[in-house]
Design a binder for this molecule. Structure first.
Ligand code: IMP
Length: 195
């Protein structure tokens, strides 16, 4: 297979360093998928339809697609889209719903899939909103966690990698809608986002 030539797009030049290669991400995502499936099977918490796995658009899209294809249990899928306001690299905590779930989650086992936990504000908002719909259980899987950035206490049930306080892009994560299709995760050069 041809090697993808990211040099051509110039996108890779905007990275100060590569934090996680595509291979490292794939291997951890497979581990998480198995762990999550085992937990749901072990605690008897699954009904015949299995969990509703919810993708938070758009950042979680790559993680979500890889995670669900390696979860060896029945699941249903749904999508939610929220926007958080603030500067281009930090959320203000003001969150609004752009697209709600298609299905009802009352009495269902629900797993929310997010790209990164930063301040914790987005997931706190979402958990409050979805808990009010009385799911049977509600858990969160996040690919990345920046614990040092928390503004509200929040702990995801499953974390791929804990990382330092650096602004990262790739594998779904963007800056100004760019870099989402990089297969790796890298630290964006500050000159790419500082005026
Ligand atoms: P929160 O601050 O925990 O509410 O995170 C909100 C959202 O900010 C995440 O879902 C990401 O979309 C975005 N975000 C936080 N840190 C980064 C980053 O390092 N790169 C790209 N997006 C980020």
């Amino acid at each position: 297979m041809d090697k993808l030539n990211w040099e051509f797009t110039g996108m890779e030049h905007d990275l100060e360093s590569i934090l996680l290669t595509g291979e490292q991400i794939q291997s951890r995502v497979r581990e998480l998928a198995n762990l999550i499936a085992e937990d749901y099977m072990a605690d008897g918490g699954m009904d015949a339809r299995g969990p509703v796995v919810v993708c938070i658009l758009k950042g979680a899209v790559m993680f979500y697609a890889d995670l669900i294809r390696f979860m060896p249990i029945p699941i249903s899928i749904d999508f939610i889209s929220i926007s958080s306001y603030g500067s281009k690299t930090a959320s203000s905590g003001e969150v609004s719903l752009k697209k709600d779930l298609d299905g009802k989650i009352e009495g269902r086992v629900v797993l929310i899939v997010e790209d990164i936990v930063d301040s914790g504000l987005t997931l706190s908002y979402l958990l409050r909103m979805l808990s009010a719909r009385n799911p049977r259980s509600l858990k969160v899987a996040a690919l990345l966690d920046k614990p040092s950035r928390r503004r509200v206490p929040f702990q995801a049930d499953y974390i791929g990698f804990a990382i330092e306080d650096k602004f990262v892009v790739g594998y779904g994560l963007d800056f100004d809608q760019l870099y989402r299709n990089l297969p790796m995760i890298g630290v964006l050069k500050p000159e790419c986002y500082e005026p």
